[in-house]
Design a protein around this ligand. Structure first.
Ligand SMILES: [Zn+2]
Length: 65
């Protein structure tokens, strides 16, 4: 069973901005532009600038089950 995404949300570690994608095509970018998210509750897509690593954001997503 795959975990069901309840909230697709991250916080940028550079600017502290919390961004949340609420639907499949709801692309959000943080204030400083280092990270972005997309995919809503269908898939937790992460978009980065030059360095694709979790050092740039804190995972705040919530799952059911
Ligand atoms: Zn940022």
């Amino acid at each position: 069973m795959q975990k069901k995404l309840k909230k697709n949300r991250i916080r940028c570690k550079h600017c502290g901005d919390i961004i949340e994608s609420k639907s499949t095509n709801d692309f959000q970018k943080c204030k400083c532009g280092a990270v972005g998210i997309d995919g809503g509750l269908d898939y937790a897509k992460r978009v980065y600038g030059s360095n694709p690593t979790e050092l740039h954001y804190e995972e705040l997503s919530e799952y059911n089950g």
